[in-house]
Ligand binder design. Structure first.
Ligand SMILES: NC(=O)c1ccc[n+]([C@@H]2O[C@H](COP(=O)([O-])OP(=O)(O)OC[C@H]3O[C@@H](n4cnc5c(N)ncnc54)[C@H](O)[C@@H]3O)[C@@H](O)[C@H]2O)c1
Length: 274
């Protein structure tokens, strides 16, 4: 949520605390990015996803409704495309075959937001992010995992034997997309709820991705090839035409320029122990 720097870790499920925050900040608009993120951990701890992503999400919706918030922009995910879609994923493709509980909670968020838009006229926009990376990124995702391991000379696990393609999207492009979507007026739709893909529109082979990390780190990766992980997707690729048409979304960062600074950031931040 914008306007509050250090929310407590359970704020989404602490209804009184969240209400107090809304009353203190009195937001005109809300950008809701907090969630239990990540596919793999949802296999181990499903209840954390139900708490933050379902209970927490309805708490945010309720407060937006009752406090007259003008626009709610929330994070969905490319993982909603699951088994049904064929790349490039467009917003018109079906999202009712998620491959993980995480993906199911994100698809559910879109349905829940639609309901609030339909019932109460809440203006809401869901953004389906595609594999976001950058400095200060998530330590459980490939960009930081690989960068740190290669820098420290540790082996990396390469899933599906490297036969994966990901639409890696730099955080600066995601931020531009969030701000573009936030400024969109409700428009003339009968139900003021929309979803947009925010991706780089350029899937990258995992091996190519690793090669860029190696070059930036100045050393070779030790690769341990592994089978496909449950819940993972072989390829993601965003069709970004809808976001481009609506608010001029134009990703500008290829991995060749976006990834080396992440590797260098890891070296500076984590030091030799990377
Ligand atoms: N990083 C990606 O590639 C990616 C891709 C698709 C979607 N998303 C979505 O984007 C959003 C941001 O993801 P991220 O990668 O920055 O993840 P992150 O884990 O770095 O950030 C999520 C934040 O939510 C907070 N949070 C979780 N449960 C909470 C709760 N109950 N109360 C208060 N705070 C809580 C966490 O403490 C964390 O700071 C998430 O909604 C995620 O599902 C991310």
């Amino acid at each position: 949520m914008s306007g509050h720097r250090h929310p407590p870790p359970d704020l989404l499920v602490d209804r009184d605390g969240l209400t107090a925050l809304f009353d203190e900040v009195r937001p005109d608009r809300v950008v809701h990015l907090a969630a239990q993120a990540g596919v793999r951990y949802s296999l181990q701890n499903p209840h954390a996803y139900v708490a933050s992503n379902l209970d927490g999400f309805v708490n945010v919706l309720e407060l937006c409704r009752h406090r007259g918030v003008g626009h709610l922009v929330y994070a969905s995910s490319s993982s909603v495309y699951g088994d049904s879609a064929t790349p490039p994923f467009s917003e018109d493709q079906r999202i009712d075959r998620p491959r993980s509980l995480y993906a199911a909670t994100k698809a559910a968020n879109e349905l829940m937001a639609y309901t609030y838009a339909q019932l109460y006229g809440l203006h809401a926009t869901g953004l389906r992010f595609f594999t976001v990376y950058g400095p200060w990124g998530r330590p459980d995702m490939a960009p930081l995992l690989f960068s740190r391991a290669v820098l420290a000379g540790r082996p990396i696990e390469v899933f599906n034997h490297g036969r994966m393609r990901r639409d890696f999207t730099h955080v600066s492009d995601i931020v531009a997309g969030i701000l573009g979507a936030l400024d969109l007026p409700a428009g003339g739709d009968a139900v003021p709820h929309r979803v947009f893909n925010l991706g780089n529109h350029t899937p990258v082979e995992l091996e190519r991705f690793i090669a860029v990390v190696e070059q930036a780190a100045g050393r070779a990766a030790q690769k341990l090839y592994r089978p496909m992980q449950p819940g993972d997707m072989v390829e993601t690729m965003a069709d970004t035409a809808r976001a481009r048409a609506a608010f001029g979304f134009e990703p500008r960062t290829p991995i060749e320029s976006g990834l080396p600074p992440v590797v260098h950031w890891c070296r500076d931040y984590f030091g030799d122990a990377a």
